[in-house]
Design a binder for this molecule. Sequence first.
Ligand code: C2E
Ligand code: MG
Ligand code: MG
Ligand code: MG
Length: 289
Amino acid sequence: ASRAQRGGHWQIFDESLRADHQQRLAMEIALRDALAAGGEEIFPVFQPVVESRSGKVIGFEALARWRTSRFGQVSPAEFIPLAEAAGLIDPLGSLMLDRSLAACALWNAARAAQGLPARFVAVNLAAPQLIAPDLPQRIAALLARHDVPGEMLHLELTESTLLAQPAAAAQMIQQLKELGCQVAIDDFGTGYSSFSYLQHLPADVLKIDRSFMAELPHQPRARKIVAVMLDLAQALGMSAIAEGIETPEVLREFEALGGDCVQGYLTGRPMPFEEALTHPDGLNWVAPA
Ligand code: C2E
Ligand code: MG
Ligand code: MG
Ligand code: MG
């Protein structure tokens, strides 16, 4: 290729890079504005966590959604990393905690009035939140403001979040537990040193990543790995939740291994607050054999 041709290619490449960069900047500004505006565009949806044998919904995981006029519905896989990079995870995380606790207070008030047991809300935390020294005080203040007992708040941390600052994370987890909150390890089994940090981090819940679930019906190795994760959770006094159960077949396999708590499209998609508020317990996800 001639130099001129190569130059031409570079120019095109350069322009598409610049377009990407501009799109990213525009999205960052939109996210900043959306958060400053009080979060009309950003809100939690709630996915049921279910005790499969009884059909009881024991809680909901709050998942962030961003619906913009300009970019349409942006996936959290895109805007969470963007928020982290732009220093916006703190306001986003606070908004999610605030809205999720408000939601939990309302659904539990409705349930108490009917004599039904309370349901927790699980909120995801990002690495920068976990190293903010005032996080426990801020969570304590939010719990008090919404009049939600600490036990009703689960905090989900991924392995990468924990690895960023293991010592600070361990100390933070201890303080969060003192508020009564349950700490969950999210996407378990996909990170780098799962066993090493389990040794040091006193977490309460193990959320088994959905990549293991899809393989359960076909892969004897996946079955053994999930069985060992369930044993591990039990040995450490933790409860286990399977993520991403999509079919009755996978649920049946998971139950055969002794698993019970599940979260996935089969037992409930993420839903708006209005639906979560009145969402009933369910049964019969698995057709009788
Ligand atoms: P996650 O915390 O592991 O949440 C579970 C994700 O799996 C959600 O994706 C949920 O919609 C999806 N899911 C649930 N059941 C199924 C299933 O049966 N099949 C499949 N294929 N997927 C299922 P979503 O809502 O797109 O969120 C993606 C990730 O973004 C979350 O993964 C979490 O890491 C992050 N995220 C979401 N909201 C927040 C937030 O408020 N703060 C932070 N820091 N991260 C968040
Ligand atoms: Mg999660
Ligand atoms: Mg997860
Ligand atoms: Mg996951």
